[in-house]
Design a protein around this ligand. Structure first.
Ligand code: KIV
Length: 263
């Protein structure tokens, strides 16, 4: 079993070894994911792939705490990141109260917050009060409704400047690492060069300090659509459906159970 990462070892990994982050929402998958991931993200994406909703907006703090507990039980030797859901960090005091709830009710190692310059004060307040923060800049899924969709960032020079400013503000405020999502690769590369903490990309190209993917996307379990940045490492949906169909067929044709599976 490899050693659990710490805030300090994660910070020191920059420039040495890319970080592997994968989402998990339950103990079963957390145990599997923990064998390959440096960090497990209990993302609010669980509202989509686990709860079947169309976006992450309606994820609740209690939902995040429930799933983070399950993940921490399944992967006791992993560094676990818990997403703070929409509306739970609108100001620094609300954020602190909710982050304390996460820390007291789960074994999460840090929280993740979407936003750059505008969330610096919140990140600073959490960091000052013993809550480690992973930032999240670039495309912000919790802003999907206000933005009218998921829009790739960094396409204009204004956007590039503002994303780099976001990254610097997040670092200055005390975050120990950050995720950059849905951003042009050349801009993400400059972001990673502009800060001294690790920048973990999703849909942000190869020139960052690590990668994160949603497990149900990368295992091909989510069939509705596949974003361009997702590589499917398994055709999970087909494998699962074929196995279930085999079972159904054997039940109907009285081929299961046999002597082997009978007391
Ligand atoms: O919620 C999530 O899974 C995330 C990733 C997309 C980074 O925030």
């Amino acid at each position: 079993m490899s050693k659990k990462l710490t805030i300090s070892s994660i910070k020191k990994s920059k420039g040495l070894k890319p970080l592997v982050m994968i989402t998990a929402y339950d103990a079963l998958f957390a145990r599997l994911v923990s064998e390959s991931a440096d960090m497990i993200l209990v993302g609010d994406s669980l509202n989509m792939s686990f709860a079947g909703k169309s976006d992450t907006i309606s994820a609740t703090l209690d939902q995040m705490i429930y799933h983070t507990n399950a993940v921490c039980m399944g992967a006791q030797n992993s560094f676990v990141v818990c997403d703070m859901p929409f509306g739970t960090y609108i100001d620094k005091e609300t954020a602190l109260q909710n982050a304390i709830k996460i820390f007291q009710q789960t074994q999460a190692d840090c929280v993740k917050i979407e936003g750059g310059v505008e969330k610096a004060e919140v990140i600073q307040h959490l960091s000052d009060n013993g809550i480690a923060v992973c930032g999240h800049i670039g495309l912000l899924p919790q802003s999907v409704r206000s933005e009218g969709g998921y829009k790739v960032k960094g396409k204009t020079s204004e956007e590039k400047i503002s994303i780099i400013e976001d990254a610097k503000a997040v670092e200055r405020a005390g975050a120990f690492c950050m995720v950059i999502e849905g951003t042009k690769a050349d801009v993400a590369k400059e972001v990673a060069q502009a800060v001294s903490i690790p920048v973990i990309g999703i849909g942000a190209g190869a020139d960052v300090d690590g990668q994160v993917l949603v497990f149900s996307d990368m295992l091909g379990l989510f069939e509705e659509f596949t974003p361009k940045f997702v590589k499917k490492y398994l055709d999970g949906a087909t494998l699962v459906k074929d196995a279930l169909a085999d079972y159904a067929d054997e039940v109907v044709n009285k081929k299961f159970p046999t002597e082997e599976h009978t007391y």
